[in-house]
Design a protein around this ligand. Structure first.
Ligand SMILES: Nc1ncnc2c1ncn2[C@@H]1O[C@H](COP(=O)(O)OP(=O)(O)OP(=O)(O)O)[C@@H](O)[C@H]1O
Length: 265
């Protein structure tokens, strides 16, 4: 596991704020997000405190509108908080300007989206190595080989997205997310567009990337079976943390979500 690495990576040149020496890859402190103002203000997050452990696979679940996407976007530096802090490794995101945030997103986090978001005119290999191109660095060949073989993409490297199945495209997207060995991979409903078999493959690869390749994955999902691939589930309700489930089974996740509905009914 690379958790100590992840926590130590990128010392604090650009930012003096540092986390406690815990194993959190990314954490939120008293995080709030309000969209709009006055009568139309929407309190999407209401003082969220949560830490995502390095070297683990965590799912975020909760009813529609509970703030899952908002939390993930803030953790990933895709949007800014109204109040509170996000700390990635040793870096407090709220202190960064747009340029620094862009660099952080490019170099320190990876993204997997429901809709794959591959570039259609690029081959699988070109899509996978795109983050390196953008950073002006050469891909680490041994790591590239590990990803390609682990994800079963060796035969597909010269194919364009239109020549691949949804599951294959999502595996390319995972390799692209992992190529820079980011401190955290954020996956937003990564199986939402896949049939159950391809979805299971993708979830197995995400879990393998954590267990065998030492990565850290945070995934938003609506699917209790998808969440059961994670090491733990963080439950959100009405913009607040409503609980966690360790070593989740689909049944335990369903029961946890049902309990939220009962509380909120
Ligand atoms: N750009 C925005 N402007 C105004 N309100 C927003 C915006 N984005 C989200 N919201 C509101 O913030 C709240 C939380 O939304 P968010 O998308 O984070 O929830 P979610 O749990 O991801 O929902 P879902 O499961 O339906 O995707 C909702 O009430 C939503 O309508």
């Amino acid at each position: 596991m690379t958790s100590p690495d992840a926590a130590q990576r990128r010392p604090t040149e650009e930012n003096p704020v540092s986390t406690s020496p815990s194993r959190a890859a990314v954490r939120a402190r008293s995080l709030s997000k309000v969209y709009g103002s006055g009568d139309v203000a929407v309190h999407a997050l209401r003082g969220v405190d949560v830490a995502f452990t390095a070297g683990e696979f965590t799912a975020i679940m909760g009813p529609s509108g509970s703030g899952k996407s908002t939390l993930m976007h803030l953790l990933a530096g895709l949007d800014t908080a109204t109040d509170g802090q996000v700390v990635l490794g040793d870096t407090e995101l709220t202190n960064l300007d747009d340029t620094a945030l862009t660099l952080l997103r490019r170099e320190r986090v990876g993204f997997v989206f429901q809709s794959f978001n591959l570039l259609p005119m690029f081959t699988a290999l070109q899509n996978i190595t795109l983050p390196c191109e953008l950073a002006g660095t050469a891909p680490d060949q041994a790591w590239l080989d590990t990803l390609v073989d682990t994800l079963g993409l060796r035969e597909r490297l010269t194919h364009r997205p239109s020549e691949m199945s949804g599951g294959q495209q999502q595996r390319v997207a995972i390799a692209r997310a992992l190529i820079t060995r980011p401190e955290v991979v954020f996956a937003d409903e990564p199986t939402g567009n896949l049939d159950s078999r391809s979805g299971a493959e993708v979830l197995s690869f995400l879990r393998t990337s954590v267990r065998e390749l030492g990565q850290t994955v945070v995934m938003v999902t609506h699917d209790p079976t998808a969440a059961s691939y994670a090491d733990s589930v963080v439950l959100l309700a009405d913009g607040r943390i409503a609980g966690t489930i360790e070593r989740p089974t689909p049944e335990a996740v369903l029961a946890g979500l049902d309990a939220l509905r009962t509380v909120n009914a």
